[in-house]
Write a protein that binds this ligand. Structure first.
Ligand code: NAP
Length: 323
């Protein structure tokens, strides 16, 4: 690996956005370096079957899909570092990306660090992860056919998850910690008028119960402290996501929730730095949309490199003529 030379492109993150960017950039002979993180592969690594990624009619396991994407990027000459970026310096070009003791320099950077689902943080939630506890109805909803499920949260995500789950589940109970939803009025109306959805207000999950898989939740009323049991076969946690942008604070414009602001495709507020996937998209959050955006950012980076190179060579020519 070229450690000291200035690279064309560094991609930070190795979910579907980062790896698709790597496939396109390496096929364009940019020899990208992917800083994949200590737990490479992104959110699909904690998903079981992926039934909605085109090209896999029998479905594919999330981790297997990520291994295949990585193999595809490697085949065309992508370098990988399985470690976390510790800091970046986007104040001048070439940009600096530091991983522990080593600093890499690059003419362009694609940020694809994704977002992390927020979890309740209770012990039983961890215990039943993938055994009835999920953070993604689109991914896992079909495994809960004719089973009652609970959705935790009161925002647009929770209502969207609940509405999607009504296709499969026998009933969906939305558990919210307050007596008013945070979600948009339109989503509220859709959920409130859906006969398969009911609400439990002012309640939080104390415990998720079951043996090998989930069979219910113990809820606590936050006003009275009273506990009640709800029999469900699935618990969908939808209390929000957090973009993985801590290391970019002060380096690049972020919105009030910490998502990277992009314009004109995948351009960020710093010329030569691009972003793709859940790190800027809190609306769609799908593997396939992230992969599509990864492609866009690789094409944007390629175009940027071509433009800056032709600009630099025109300047060199002008200087030679002056001399
Ligand atoms: P959000 O708007 O931040 O809502 C999170 C919800 O989870 C809130 O109701 C919050 O309760 C609850 N919550 C947070 N921590 C909790 C905890 N520890 N225990 C129990 N409940 C907890 O997040 P989001 O729903 O993911 O939406 C994020 C952004 O994406 C929003 O801007 C949203 O509009 C947008 N979005 C849009 C769509 C759409 O347009 N179709 C779909 C999804 C998301 P409180 O209300 O009490 O704070």
């Amino acid at each position: 690996m070229k450690e000291n030379s200035v690279r064309n492109l560094i991609i930070i993150g190795s979910g579907p956005a980062g790896l698709t960017a790597a496939i396109y950039a390496s096929r364009a002979l940019l020899e990208p370096l992917v800083v994949a993180g200590r737990t490479p592969g992104g959110q699909l690594m904690i998903t079981s079957e992926v039934e909605n990624f085109p090209g896999f009619p029998e479905s594919i396991l999330g981790p297997e899909l990520m291994v295949k994407m990585r193999e595809q990027a490697t085949r065309f000459g992508t370098d990988f570092i399985d470690d976390d970026v510790t800091s970046v310096d986007f104040s001048r070009r070439p940009f600096a990306v530091t991983v522990g003791e080593q600093t890499y320099r690059s003419r362009s950077v694609i940020i694809a660090t994704g977002a992390s689902a927020l979890w309740l943080g209770i012990e039983s939630e961890k215990k039943f992860m993938g055994k009835g506890v999920s953070g993604c109805a689109t991914c896992d909803g079909a495994f809960f056919r004719n089973v009652p499920v609970a959705v935790i949260g009161g925002g647009d995500s929770a209502l969207e998850e609940a509405l999607f789950l009504t296709r499969y589940a026998s009933h969906v109970t939305i558990v919210h910690r307050r007596d008013r939803l945070r979600a948009s009025p339109y989503m509220q109306r859709r959920a409130e008028t859906n006969e398969k959805i009911s609400f439990v207000w002012n309640s939080v999950v104390k415990e998720i119960t079951g043996d090998k898989k989930v069979d219910g939740v113990i809820l606590e009323d936050v006003r009275t402290g009273e506990e009640r049991r709800l029999n469900v076969g699935g618990v969908f946690i939808a209390i929000g996501h957090r973009p993985n942008t801590d290391i970019f604070k002060g380096q690049i414009p972020l919105d009030e929730k910490g998502y990277i602001i992009v314009h004109d495709g995948s351009r960020t507020g710093v010329e030569g730095v691009f972003a793709s996937g859940d790190v800027h998209d809190h609306r769609y959050r799908q593997a396939i949309t992230a992969a599509g955006m990864g492609c866009i950012s690789a094409l944007d980076a390629q175009r940027f490199l071509e433009e800056t190179e032709s600009h630099a060579s025109a300047e060199r020519e002008e200087e030679t003529q002056k001399a």
